[in-house]
Design a protein. Structure first.
Length: 321
């Protein structure tokens, strides 16, 4: 953004139009307008405002706004391929339409991901995260930042060593993968545009429940697991609480119960041991009692009650509650 004048109009001409970023700027405007507009609409619908039109229904079918977003994205994308490069105004208009469609689709990203209407539930926050990520990536590209490989492609394509370029891209991508495996999504996304951040993300501790921690921490390295959990409580939890407050201020509260029943953490029914289920076979050790039907009650440890029920039930395990 260097060399841009401080005034609004000179800045727009020099930093947006002259640099060829007008379509990207138009896309970002459309994306933000769609997200703000649709969130305003759904919050009025949820509040039961009578003068607001409400949801769109065809018969008994609720047409989600993701449908309109897909149509707008497809139409603008196809039309954008047909518009010549010498028509900047039309390309900007189509970019706005494409941004509107993208905003409508990402606002129901959680519905697409889970194939359930989880818009106002805790899982529905995924949609807001998706919009935030799209806005952040578009904003960084609008500021002149480029993803890994693209920001130095012009230099290496003219007089650089392609081997060095390939090694740099491969190393950056490897660091990005490690950072994402450690559960640092935002660090990985921003680091794609600023590679030094990937080094920090790859070297720092993983989040305690990330794939990296499940594979390399835990019983393998309990000290690192404890440090990761302590850091999560000290830094991550307050940060996520602040993020949730910002999300609720902009997008509303996701406080409805999840339509999917919560998983019940039931213990697995223990199997009745074969040695306690065959008539006439006395299990070794412990205190045993033989029943009239020839089965043994094995009372060696804390599972004695379960195995006793197994014996009385003909070898069937007891029902778990």
């Amino acid at each position: 953004m260097t060399g841009c004048d401080s005034g609004l109009e000179p800045w727009f001409q020099q930093c947006i139009v002259a640099t060829g970023r007008l379509p990207l700027f138009s896309f970002l405007v459309g994306l933000l307008a769609a997200f703000v507009g649709i969130r305003f609409s759904v919050r009025l619908i949820r509040a039961g405002v009578r003068w607001w039109p409400g949801n769109i229904r065809l018969g008994g079918l609720h047409v989600h706004h993701v449908v309109f977003g897909v149509v707008l994205m497809a139409g603008a994308g196809i039309a954008g391929l047909a518009v010549p490069d010498g028509w900047p105004v039309w390309r900007a208009v189509l970019a706005v339409v494409f941004g509107i469609g993208t905003g409508l689709v990402l606002d129901e990203f959680a519905l697409i991901l889970h194939l359930e209407d989880v818009y106002w539930t805790e899982r529905g926050r995924t949609s807001v995260d998706a919009v935030f990520a799209a806005v952040a990536l578009s904003g960084m590209m609008l500021m002149g930042l480029r993803p890994i490989g693209l920001y130095r492609w012009g230099v290496f394509s003219r007089d650089g060593d392609t081997g060095v370029f390939a090694a740099e891209v491969a190393g950056s991508l490897l660091l990005a993968v490690v950072t994402l495996l450690k559960g640092k999504t935002w660090t990985g996304l921003v680091g794609i545009f600023w590679p030094p951040l990937l080094v920090v993300g790859a070297l720092r501790l993983s989040r305690p429940r990330a794939l990296w921690a499940r594979r390399w921490y835990g019983v393998r390295r309990p000290d690192r697991q404890r440090r990761a959990e302590a850091r999560e409580r000290r830094l991550r939890v307050p940060l996520m609480a602040a993020k949730v407050r910002v999300q609720e201020l902009l997008a509303g509260r996701h406080d409805l119960p999840d339509p999917r029943p919560a998983p019940t953490h039931r213990g697995r029914a223990p199997r009745c041991p074969d040695r306690a289920g065959h008539a006439g076979s006395r299990p070794p050790g412990g205190h045993t009692t033989r029943l009239p039907n020839g089965r043994w009650i094995y009372e060696k440890n804390r599972l004695s009650a379960v195995k006793s029920v197994c014996a009385h039930n003909g070898g069937a395990p007891p029902p778990m509650t």
